[in-house]
Design a protein around this ligand. Structure first.
Ligand SMILES: Nc1ncnc2c1ncn2[C@@H]1O[C@H](COP(=O)(O)OP(=O)(O)O)[C@@H](O)[C@H]1O
Ligand SMILES: [Mg+2]
Length: 382
């Protein structure tokens, strides 16, 4: 089983969208998928899947509060081929703070599921629960948009994940654990934490456990999806994030691909259909299929396999994707018309709307111009 946790530092960057559509794409490719809504407290994955009453038959909330004893009964069949779904039913308050023993039980139940891919849609942020779900797999996906706040949050998320690995490598109250704790208390120090240097110091305190910890950090090779880009230039953001991760955290971040912002997504949502069902040919859907194909292409490589050249290539490839998708976004309207997905009626309607908008802009423009002329005349007169 491959575990694909999907996380982010900031909310609203497209985790649930990616989780749902990737699950369907992998299912269509014959992979047996379980999709779990672990955004306990803010679960909305069912909406993207177009499922109206997620709690029918129970979800994680019902399970965690002990109302259903059998985990298998909350793993529901869906209308999507090869995709099963564990809903979140997040209406139970405080679920985001499940207890350590409940979490352990849940982790174990999830690990024992029979499937090819276990996709975990996580909550935003760096709570211990989220970090632990993310660290269920060594190759989790971090999603960010190209805005600075989102990329910084993605970086901080990964930093917290590395600290979580370090914490779990040394027993409480051991000298190394105390050292890590002391760093945490010094908030400023942590902000600029340079993990390779911290590990170097730990290697002198506890060489044996340090080796084990290093092994775990080396196996931790998260992957990036850059979502909602608007312009090919946005893909530069990913390279910056990679450099920070490599320099300050000592981890290699592979690029899984870019996704453009696509207005069709809103229409898909209101039609209660995942975008790859609503418009499989859209630039957004094609980007999801491309990521699914990459995941499938990587199946034969062991998870411990690290090829630096492959990581370099992944950024080059994402840059090319950003260029290519930009071009196809512009030719997309033409395609829609040819395939009949967009009728002539739709097109006429769109052009009419645009003409109204253009007329309004023209009016505003004339108004501004006349204001400007008046202001200048006043200026000259006075
Ligand atoms: N590439 C995209 N193009 C257009 N809308 C998007 C895209 N990705 C996400 N969205 C929209 O942004 C909002 C947040 O996405 P969501 O998947 O719920 O984020 P998260 O799970 O990270 O909080 C949703 O309304 C979703 O439909
Ligand atoms: Mg979400």
């Amino acid at each position: 089983m491959r575990i694909l946790p999907i996380a982010s530092g900031k909310g609203g960057v497209g985790k649930s969208l990616a989780a749902a559509n990737l699950a369907i794409a992998l299912g269509e490719n014959g992979r047996d998928v379980v999709l779990a809504d672990l955004d306990l407290g803010g679960s909305n994955l069912h909406m993207i899947l177009g499922i109206t009453s997620p709690a029918d038959g129970g979800g994680l909330g019902t399970y965690l509060t002990g109302s259903v004893a059998d985990f298998a009964s909350i793993v529901h069949k869906t209308e999507y081929r090869n995709v099963r779904f564990v809903p979140g039913d997040g209406e139970i308050p405080g679920l985001a703070n499940i207890m350590a023993n409940q979490k352990r039980k849940l982790l174990s139940r999830l690990r024992h599921l029979q499937c090819d891919y276990l996709i975990l849609d996580l909550g935003a942020g760096t709570s211990y629960n989220t970090l632990d779900f993310f660290l269920m797999g060594t190759r989790g996906i971090v999603i960010t948009t190209p805005t600075p706040t989102a990329t910084v949050s993605a970086y901080l998320f990964l930093k917290n994940a590395v600290f979580r690995i370090m914490n779990s490598s040394f027993p409480k109250k051991s000298e190394a654990a105390n050292f890590i704790e002391s760093l945490k208390k010094d908030g400023n120090g942590l902000q600029r934490a340079y993990i390779p240097a911290i590990l170097e110091q730990i290697s002198r305190i506890d060489p044996d456990r340090h080796r084990k910890c290093m092994g775990q950090i080396e196996r931790f090779r998260p992957r990036l999806v850059l979502n909602m880009i608007e312009d090919p230039k946005d893909s530069e953001r990913a390279r910056k994030l990679r450099r920070s991760c490599s320099h300050y955290l000592g981890i290699e971040l592979e690029h899984l691909g870019i996704i453009y912002r696509d207005d069709l997504q809103d229409i898909a949502l209101s039609s209660r259909l995942p975008i790859i069902r609503y418009k499989p040919q859209s630039v957004l859907s094609q980007a999801v299929y491309r990521i699914a194909d990459k995941l499938i292409g990587l199946e034969d490589d062991g998870d411990d396999f690290l090829d630096f050249e492959h990581v370099d290539d992944s950024y080059r490839e994402a840059g090319l994707e950003a260029e290519a998708d930009f071009a196809s976004k512009t030719s997309y309207v033409e395609d829609l018309l040819h395939t009949g997905a967009l009728t002539h009626g739709d097109l006429i309607e769109t052009i009419k709307m645009q003409q109204i908008e253009i007329n309004q802009l023209k009016k505003e423009n004339n108004l501004l111009k006349s204001k400007l002329v008046r202001a200048m005349q006043h200026g000259l007169g006075g």
